[in-house]
Write a protein that binds this ligand. Structure first.
Ligand SMILES: [Zn+2]
Length: 410
């Protein structure tokens, strides 16, 4: 789906990418032939939970199903208590200069995973196929069996399908129903949530493409059809509304807990026509995930412009640039061919004579949109000065460092 976190941006359709896409088309066709129509279950909720409703100070409304420590959004997106706290901060207008990102992405596109012992071999094979599909389609993604990595996905057999959104830190569980084995479409859909995607029907512009028959939806379920903006969730939409997206629910929702009449479409195109379940990853889904984990690969370049040391005072000054590349090794510079959002964090330090160490005294996040055609971006100056005594003990000084906050830093 096309709703990404703040970090994400427009996709670059590059030569390299076009080649990859051509290579996978035969496999795509084969997949369509082998995926028999079936129903998918993103709606079942774990028993014993309850709805928690938030009315935020800015007027946004969010309804989540709370079960144990998990807050379920739109049926199958599992928010953590910390993400819920962040949404409160974002929407209740607490005065914070630096705001944590609501959705985080997997650094460098590397996603460590494990299988819970409760999964059958057949289900593991299906999940492996789902990961392979994403890897083949999106060059920047790499699912790796977990070694000692702190942040990872554990695939688990469950009575419900759900996933966290983005990388939440630590172990994150993707629950999947075995019936009798895990369904490939469901695995690909839930993995997409863990990569940072929400649902297609919650786009803010969906009214230009679809009608939602609210009168057929039971009142307790209406929140499933709010836009993400109405829910107070920060996001970015990417591309046009995609009727083929694996992140789009079908027109006809047949869960009687959800709708009054299970034979009336809940969503239709503006011309009244309907669509069914989407069983495979669409070209639009691929481009969206590519926008997060694919090119451009980004590197910070520090260019030394002055360096001075007279024995008691030392200084160096660098110009810092953000540069774009077509390849992960950062050997092929490219220009952006679509505008792209970036986020840079700057930390400044000062030497404390009280604690005799460098302490942070500034933390700034800059967001910028760079137009198509940009070949690099001058971020600013990074400098470091120190005064010291004859024994090289630092007496005073300051320093600035820049960080690119995105999955493709090199
Ligand atoms: Zn979902």
């Amino acid at each position: 789906m096309k709703i990404l976190s703040l970090l994400c941006m427009a996709c670059l359709v590059m030569l390299l990418y076009a080649c990859q896409k051509q290579n996978i088309e035969p496999q795509d066709t084969e997949k369509k032939e082998t995926q028999a129509p079936h129903n998918i279950n993103y709606f079942s909720l774990p028993p014993g939970g309850e709805y928690v409703n938030f009315q935020f100070a800015n007027g946004k409304k969010l309804s989540l199903y709370k079960s144990d420590t998990m807050y379920l959004l739109e049926g199958d997106i599992a928010l953590t208590p910390s993400q819920v706290e962040q949404l409160k901060i974002i929407n209740d207008g607490s005065a914070r200069t630096f705001r944590l990102e609501f959705t985080k992405h997997w650094p460098r596109g590397v996603v460590p995973f494990t299988f819970n012992a409760n999964l059958s071999t057949a289900s593991r094979n299906t999940i492996q196929t789902a990961m392979n599909e994403w890897e083949i389609l999106v060059g920047g993604l790499d699912f790796v069996p977990r070694g000692s990595q702190a942040n990872y996905i554990e695939f688990t057999e469950s009575t419900i399908n759900n996933s966290p959104v983005g990388m939440i830190g630590g172990k994150q569980i993707i629950n999947l129903i075995e019936n009798p084995t895990v369904d490939l479409t469901s695995a690909e859909h839930e993995i997409a949530h863990s990569l940072g995607l929400f649902h297609e029907q919650s786009r803010t512009d969906r009214g230009n493409f679809i009608n939602i028959n609210l009168s057929n939806i039971k009142s307790g379920k209406l929140h499933n059809f709010q836009t993400y903006a109405e829910q107070g969730i920060p996001g970015t939409q990417f591309g046009a509304f995609d009727f083929n997206s694996i992140m789009l629910y079908p027109s006809l929702i047949t869960d009687p807990d959800f709708v009054f009449n299970t034979s009336i479409p809940t969503m239709t195109r503006l011309n009244g026509t309907t669509w069914g379940w989407n069983f495979w990853i669409s070209a639009g889904d691929e481009e969206t995930v590519e926008a997060i984990y694919g090119p451009p690969y980004v590197r910070l370049r520090y260019e030394l412009i002055s360096n001075y040391d007279n024995g008691t005072y030392w200084e160096n000054v660098n110009d810092v640039y953000l540069e774009f590349f077509a390849d992960q090794q950062c050997t092929q510079p490219v220009n952006l061919n679509i505008s792209h959002d970036f986020q840079i964090r700057s930390l400044s330090y000062i030497y404390s004579q009280v604690s005799l160490r460098w302490i942070t005294n500034g933390d700034y996040t800059y967001r910028m949109n760079l137009p198509a055609g940009s070949h690099s971006y001058y971020i600013g100056q990074n400098s470091h000065h120190e005064n010291y005594d004859a024994s090289y003990n630092t007496l005073s000084g300051d320093e600035t460092q820049f960080f690119y906050q995105g999955p493709n830093q090199r």
